[in-house]
Design a protein around this ligand. Structure first.
Ligand code: ADP
Ligand code: MG
Length: 324
């Protein structure tokens, strides 16, 4: 099977919203009047972002999910994407599973595959997504103000916990590992929540590199600081809830490391004025996505962490980028 048969077989779909899809030198999009295009790219490299031998269906899902997560963070509605793919060889069962995972998530979000590039080389997947947002309404990192509440969606830290297990640094019973591994390999982009938060959130970004690291980007862009209650963030490790039910909770330290500095969460971190609390809850309900208030934005720059007793946790937690 040659390059063009491969593209035709696995990556060519009729387009409905785009003016032109796969097959010409460019695809064509026609944004409606008053709409801005939100554009983002993310690359997944074998051995760096995923293990060789990762389930191909999940890999297809994740490659698009991490891009949709960026659109979600801006409050944009997914429209279309391109796929640049380097493949070591033509492996049809792999391509079938990969494209199925990719296109199932694409269909779930009405996001059309409109073009790309295919080449031979070490496995590398680069997607560029295009989304629509009403002009001037995109959620940005720079809008947080002192006094705003700080929220995060969904769960935190399970992906990191699964990664530690797959690396052999830690062990979980299979019943706990499976859902955590699913979070790592097939994250859920919070697309509906992002759109529901337009004109409610003052700032937003998606958590891909770890909560505190990504929060620091938002704080810097907004010129503010924050206080985070770690008893709220620690409660967001889904694996801990399940482990607690079996009577074998994880150590506080590991829970903090995974939730505060884990990575691969693909949750939305956002701020909103206290007057928006009802609106935030309504947005969460409308998008069937849990949100948790984890702290407060403050005028003085920097990040302060509190424990469940309200005691300040020393600054070393803020520097927990990765496990030693
Ligand atoms: P060109 O040489 O003009 O850049 P290509 O021969 O690389 O075009 O690709 C032919 C068509 O197939 C183009 O429309 C391109 O966008 C599309 N295409 C190539 N690879 C992919 C892919 N992996 N997924 C979707 N479309 C692709
Ligand atoms: Mg060309």
């Amino acid at each position: 099977m040659g390059e063009f048969d491969l593209i035709a077989r696995y990556f060519t779909r009729p387009v409905r919203r785009a003016v032109l899809g796969v097959g010409d030198d460019c695809a064509l999009l026609q944004p409606r009047a008053g709409i801005q295009l939100a554009i983002s790219s993310d690359m997944l490299v074998e051995g760096r972002h995923f293990f060789a031998g990762t389930d191909a269906y999940r890999l297809g899902h994740k490659a698009l999910a991490v891009n949709l997560s960026d659109l979600a963070a801006c409050g944009a509605q997914p429209v279309a994407f391109t796929l640049a793919l380097a493949l070591p060889r033509v492996d049809e069962p792999w391509l079938q599973a990969f494209s199925s995972g990719l296109l199932a998530l694409a269909d779930a979000h009405g996001c059309e595959l409109i073009g790309g590039d295919t080449t031979q080389g070490p496995l590398n997947i680069c997607i560029t997504v295009f989304g629509e947002v009403p002009a001037g309404q995109a959620l940005l990192r720079s809008g947080a103000r002192a006094g705003d509440d700080l929220y995060v969606s969904g769960h935190l830290g399970d992906a990191r916990l699964a990664l530690e297990c797959l690396l052999g640094h830690f062990a979980l019973p299979p019943a706990l590992l499976a859902p955590a591994q699913q979070r790592l390999e097939a994250p859920t982009p919070r697309v509906a929540l992002g759109q529901a938060l337009r004109s409610i959130a003052s700032a937003a970004l998606d958590v891909s590199d770890g909560l505190l690291g990504d929060l620091s980007h938002l704080l810097r862009a907004s010129g503010v600081g924050a206080c985070v209650d770690t008893s709220c963030t620690s409660a967001l490790l889904a694996t801990q809830v399940a482990a607690g039910q079996t009577g074998q909770p994880l150590e506080t330290e590991r829970v903090r490391q995974c939730t505060l500095a884990g990575g691969d969460d693909y949750e939305l971190l956002f701020t909103a004025a206290p007057g928006q609390r009802h609106a935030v809850l309504a947005a969460a309900q409308a998008s069937a996505t849990a949100v948790t208030r984890i702290g407060t934005i403050e005028a003085s720059p920097g990040l302060r962490l509190m424990d469940s007793q309200g005691q300040t946790i020393t600054a070393r937690y803020a520097s927990f980028d990765h496990f030693a």
